[in-house]
Design a protein around this ligand. Structure first.
Ligand code: GTB
Length: 217
């Protein structure tokens, strides 16, 4: 039986692949695991049936047999551990690759999301103009360090791994800010991720859902 994930019925990113189902789709495509998608409205997500799967009433979730998971990082790790292709076999390299998954979600994603949310939700607030440079500086700090570490390498830990997959999805959220473009090595790194056939399939699948929802309007 195929695993089932959940995604937005109508994604607020308008098909840009910025919602977190994208990373789960991409991971499943990388390992060649076919999957089903259950689409949810914002109201559906807050219903008890969905909260039983996801206590915070969000997407994505992942169901496979009697296993139900929430949190895109945990789902990606689960997929990576059960298939080949997303984590090195050498124990130390594997531990480092998992470290990059945490770095993506725990060190890089928070300032990126903070900036993105402030830009969307706080534009009309009196503190916006003063706070924005502070948030941008926090993002630049992590981008600078990440760019220095990546250096001339294609990927963070040798071969492409689940850490790169999560990192690329986090960095993509910066497109609208223009900050990524100031770090050519990182921009190229994101481009390499987006060029992967598995990424392309995942992106096309989520875009098709958004296009279909537009036609129904
Ligand atoms: N930590 C959780 C995880 O990694 O799985 C976070 C999950 C999460 O934030 N889910 C969001 C959600 O369900 C969708 S991805 N939100 C609905 C709600 O909370 O009611 C976040 C997201 C939303 C929109 C855009 N966008 O428009 O660009 C980008 C990312």
């Amino acid at each position: 039986m195929r695993p089932t994930i959940t995604a937005f019925e109508i994604s607020p990113d308008r098909g840009q692949g910025l919602a977190r189902d994208m990373r789960v789709r991409w991971a499943l495509e990388e390992v060649g695991q076919p999957y089903e998608v259950r689409l949810l409205s914002f109201a559906d997500m807050k219903e008890p049936a969905h909260r039983a799967l996801h206590p915070f009433g969000q997407i994505p979730t992942f169901e496979d047999g009697d296993l139900a998971l929430f949190e895109s990082g945990a789902i990606t790790l689960h997929i990576a551990e059960r298939h080949t292709g997303l984590l090195p076999t050498d124990a130390q390299a594997r531990a480092r690759a998992i470290g990059w998954m945490f770095a993506a979600l725990n060190t890089v994603e928070p300032p990126v999301v903070e900036l993105s949310l402030a830009t969307i939700l706080e534009r009309d607030k009196p503190w916006f103009a003063e706070r924005q440079p502070v948030l941008e500086a926090r993002v630049r700090t992590v981008l600078e360090a990440l760019s220095n570490r990546l250096g001339a390498a294609d990927w963070l830990e040798g071969e492409f791994c689940a850490g790169d997959l999560l990192m690329v999805t986090v960095l993509r959220r910066l497109y609208r800010s223009g900050l990524l473009q100031a770090y050519p090595k990182l921009a190229a790194y994101v481009g390499r991720g987006e060029a992967r056939p598995a990424y392309q399939r995942a992106f096309a699948a989520q875009l098709a859902i958004f296009e279909r929802s537009k036609r129904r309007d």
